[in-house]
Ligand binder design. Structure first.
Ligand code: TIU
Length: 221
């Protein structure tokens, strides 16, 4: 039987054996107070709305025995993998500085870790990425190719930054991406709306937009 996700601009056929769930940067630094997101002047309550729907979808993907991949944005302790332009931007990036959850966006620190609600289980790859896109200078494409993956369900934060950068890159690499709108979060409601509209515009120019209930229903059939 043909599986389909209910989605916009039209339903997306998929095969659960070639579909992966990609959780983008659900780290304390972005969704908890005292991290990178808040240091940049943002209200993390805007992105926390994605946690519960992500949890439901994560559970459904695990029940369907799908490949689940988690990503984390961050840098080496010596910041040698952080481009100077990312580090020095106005002198206010906070990357590497001490905060209540350790050094901001530095690997191994508490703030860099994935949130407990969505913590990976054994067998789920975690991709450490130095940039916004999950493909840039990582082995994500290799892992997806080796697993025969064609379709990506992309969740996480933030919608218009790391999620969208990843979806655009994935689309160019030949993957079909579906984004459940309640499983992605932005500090800016207007950016959230525009980013999702851009993905599905022009006949799914970058991908499809759906919601957690429809994606979970699609996985159940
Ligand atoms: N600042 C912001 O909206 N996002 C990021 O810096 N990284 C991610 O989106 N993960």
């Amino acid at each position: 039987m043909q599986h389909q996700f209910r989605a916009e601009p039209f339903d997306l056929p998929f095969d659960p054996r070639t579909t992966a769930l990609v959780m983008i940067d659900m780290q304390r630094d972005f969704v908890e107070p005292g991290g990178f997101g808040e240091a940049l002047g943002n209200d993390v309550s805007f992105v926390r709305t994605a946690i519960e729907p992500c949890k439901r979808l994560l559970d459904a993907a695990r029940r369907a025995h799908m490949l689940v991949i988690h990503t984390r944005e961050g840098h080496r302790a010596d910041l040698t993998d952080c481009p100077p332009a990312k580090l020095t931007r106005g002198g206010k990036t906070f990357i590497g500085e001490n905060g209540p959850m350790g050094r901001i966006l530095v690997r191994g620190e508490k703030g860099h870790d994935l949130i407990p609600e969505l913590y990976p289980v054994a067998g789920e790859p975690v991709i450490d990425k130095p940039g916004k896109g999950a493909f840039y200078e990582t082995d994500l494409h290799l892992i997806l190719k080796n697993a025969g993956i064609k379709t990506l369900i992309v969740c996480g934060v933030t919608t218009e930054v790391c999620v969208t950068t990843t979806v655009r890159e994935a689309n160019d690499r030949g993957f079909e991406c579906i984004v459940p709108e309640d499983c992605v979060g932005s500090y800016f409601p207007a950016f959230q709306k525009a980013a999702l509209e851009m993905i599905k515009a022009q006949g799914a120019i970058f991908g499809w937009v759906s919601n957690s209930a429809s994606v979970i229903e699609g996985l159940r059939v």
